[in-house]
Design a protein around this ligand. Structure first.
Ligand SMILES: NC(=O)c1ccc[n+]([C@@H]2O[C@H](COP(=O)([O-])OP(=O)(O)OC[C@H]3O[C@@H](n4cnc5c(N)ncnc54)[C@H](O)[C@@H]3O)[C@@H](O)[C@H]2O)c1
Length: 349
């Protein structure tokens, strides 16, 4: 079958294969990477119900013994208890250093499977099989792995690259519309930060999924290759996220990640002219509205400021925000927390 392959050169080099129906090839795709080995699948209850048997059947037909661990669907599962339980499960399955973990699901299982693979025996290989649009374009690529702890989301993690990513875009047909739309916020983000052509193409709905996922992954790959460990450029991928995370947190996660990022991109766009940059708010708002996002921030400057101060990306008295200079060209702007407050007041009143 035809599919797209993107190669990543990082601390571990790997391929990302993207195609409709590519899951059927999983056995032959992983063999050159992991050889004959034992596999441990981490998945969630929704994905397991929809596709669990199919994946197990495919591994079985390819001659792989694969054990499976299922967590309840939802962000709450990305926790220390489940991480530890899964690590114990790997030990019970007698996984060795030459065996591999398989993440089969969205960003929740992808992040936790990746961290488990980094920790178990001080590192075993892992394969990402993303099943949400967000996981396909973002979390399955680039090696950021994590769990949440009570003090905050993604506060415990490691940089640990997968050995292969196999992205079957047909699996996304079954996504709930709001989950699919969350992924669209990230797709729009890629266009806004680095690719005007992609941004413009997204006005044509529905977009060509293979083409768009491939382009987003290329963009992320290019950024990750230049700044794998998040010391600068990779921060660009956080467009909308500093404000978005604050909104998400203040809503007690009632506002979904994608919706919060959409609102956050608008706050950033409105802040740009206050920092001497072009005002592209109109274009960003128009595209996000086309995708059905409610863009009202819902919080005042004081509330947002307090939540941003506890952002893990803050460094001392400074915070770096991503602001658009033009569509397809975002820049990192470092503000003192005082400057941020003043500008937030201007944007949100
Ligand atoms: N590591 C990174 O670089 C990175 C980047 C962005 C986000 N993240 C993390 O990703 C997580 C969010 O990921 P997500 O949005 O994929 O959430 P998720 O994994 O919770 O999936 C969202 C929902 O979709 C369901 N689902 C998954 N695939 C499905 C399918 N094919 N059909 C039907 N339902 C399906 C899941 O069961 C879940 O209910 C967060 O924890 C976030 O912190 C990580």
């Amino acid at each position: 079958m035809e599919y797209n392959t993107i190669h990543v050169e990082a601390s571990r080099s790997y391929d990302i294969h993207i195609g409709r129906g590519i899951l059927n090839e999983i056995g032959s795709l992983i063999r050159p990477i992991v050889g004959d080995c034992r596999l441990a699948i981490l998945t969630d209850s929704n994905v397991d119900e929809l596709y669990g048997e199919r994946l197990s059947g495919l591994f079985d037909a390819a001659g792989y013994a694969a054990d499976k661990f299922v967590v309840p669907a939802g962000e709450e599962s990305k926790c220390a208890d489940n991480l530890l339980e899964f690590l114990n499960f790997l030990a019970d399955c007698k996984l060795t250093r030459s065996d591999a973990v398989v993440a089969f699901g969205g960003g929740v299982v992808g992040d936790m499977a990746g961290l488990s693979a980094a920790l178990y025996l001080r590192g075993v290989k892992y394969i990402q099989i993303p099943t949400t649009l967000l996981a396909a374009v973002d979390s399955s690529v680039g090696g950021k792995t994590a769990i949440d702890i009570p003090a905050g989301k993604n506060l415990v993690g490691a940089f640990y690259q997968p050995s292969l990513v196999c992205c079957d875009t047909a699996l996304m047909d079954s996504l709930a519309p709001e989950v699919y739309r969350d992924g669209c916020a990230e797709v729009i983000k890629y266009g806004a930060i680095l690719d005007k052509e992609l941004f413009d193409a997204l006005a044509q709905m529905p977009f060509d999924r293979e083409k768009v996922v491939t382009r987003c992954v290329e963009i992320k790959r290019d950024v990750v290759q230049k700044d794998e460990f998040d010391n600068g450029l990779r921060g660009l991928l956080n467009f909308g996220h500093t404000f978005g995370h604050a909104i998400e947190k203040m809503s007690n996660f009632a506002v979904s990640h994608g919706s919060a990022v959409a609102k956050g991109m608008v706050v950033a766009a409105r802040m740009a002219p206050l920092c001497g940059l072009q005002d592209v708010t109109g274009e960003i708002v128009a595209l996000l509205q086309q995708y059905g996002f409610d863009l009202t921030c819902g919080y005042g400057a004081d509330e947002l400021y307090d939540a941003i101060l506890s952002d893990k990306k803050r460094r001392g008295g400074n915070i770096t925000v991503v602001l658009p200079k033009a569509i397809g060209n975002c820049v990192l702007v470092t503000l003192t927390v005082g400057e941020l407050y003043t500008k937030l007041k201007e944007v949100l009143g």
